[in-house]
Design a protein around this ligand. Sequence first.
Ligand code: NAD
Length: 256
Amino acid sequence: ILKGKTAVITGSNSGIGLGVAIELARAGADIVLNSFTDRPEDHALAARIGAEHGITARYIAADMADGAACRALVERAGGCDILVNNAGIQHVAPIDEFPVAQWDRIIAINLSSAFHTTAAALPGMRARGWGRIVNIASAHGLTASPYKSAYIAAKHGVVGLSKTTALETAGQGITCNAICPGYVLTPLVEAQIPDQMKVHNMDRDTVIREVMLTRQPSRQFATVEQIGGTTVYLCSPAADQVTGTTISVDGGWTAL
Ligand code: NAD
């Protein structure tokens, strides 16, 4: 259903971004993978997905902490019909001990990058009369937890940016929405486990069951394929009038 469309997915050489890219490729879109590294294996990953799904897949290195690089990524993609703002990092610390450099970096990568890529993508989408912007926010874009101030501020910001983008593009064939995943087992979550074990003084299994998935009533991680499938839905004709909203994929987290 997405044949002939080009999708740019930020932060997509692993985790959710990669899962979203693969599902968009499966739906027929040409894809542009991205991260800040520029290794042979990044380009090989794109080549492998392209060959497997019979689409054009490229890898373009760009650091989403740098606004000019965000804009350059969209320009270099040469036409961006589907923009998925996914790049994100996490840091866990109490507010009064939160390193300022980490705060600035999280706001830059998790929030400001979406502003820059959206600004760069909108003129082309308007010219073609079609566009889909999918921002990967979080259950933490709708609710909070202690020790994640920068991440939660950024993700609430992403939800607000998505609504504003939707209002500025309404009726133009362009939609913008935010997906709010609960816990998805990816390298980002994996990296939080040692911190959470320390903060809560628990072993790995206990911290997963009693801390990470207590907010997720299903007690099951969501999968990257499910986030990808939700993205494909938002790009489908069924979602033409779905704009300026959030879709939670969180096992019931935000229903609590
Ligand atoms: P991940 O660490 O596996 O992937 C993050 C991706 O972003 C990687 O491809 C990484 O290379 C890239 N990235 C990091 N810094 C970058 C930079 N400066 N420039 C370009 N790319 C950069 O993490 P993930 O769990 O797949 O997270 C992806 C997104 O989903 C994030 O925005 C995260 O906040 C969000 N999210 C994740 C979960 C979860 O449970 N995993 C839940 C809710 C939301």
